[in-house]
Write a protein of this length. Sequence first.
Length: 176
Amino acid sequence: MTRKSRRLWLVVACMIGLGSAAALTLNAFSSNIVFFMAPSQVHAKPPPADRTIRLGGMVVAGSVHRETVKDSPVNLFDVTDGQAAVTVRYEGILPDLFREGQSVVAVGTVNPDGTFRASEVLAKHDETYMPKEVAEELRRSGKWDPRFGKAPDAASWNTMTAADAKKPATQTPDGN
């Protein structure tokens, strides 16, 4: 075997090894990626049942129901982005900052019946924080424009229009 052919085989072997390592790394990353979805996106195109996603939105006022099953707390609540709502089931203790009408991000899977089974629930940490994805979805849906103040109460979303979101902060949605 000549010196050139040995070098060629070494380069080929290194390329195969590097390609295999890259393929294994990308495969590991793709199975661990968790995508963010808003409730309207979940309704429009539900993810596969085995796919873990982050569901973000506002907790619908009056939708939180707590029960105990076999000494374990079970929480049911609805999350909305102003366009659609998804019922979330979470077994465990909710964060201290969890409230109705506040933004929340839940990590879990969508059941075949359309409910969301959360393995983790994250709540906002103060009155000025909102997850970036939730804020983007509210802006896109026309429910909130950050130039005019903080996000509206989730209870007012059903009656609010995009024109109302663009009114100055001194006006209410009914024009007063």
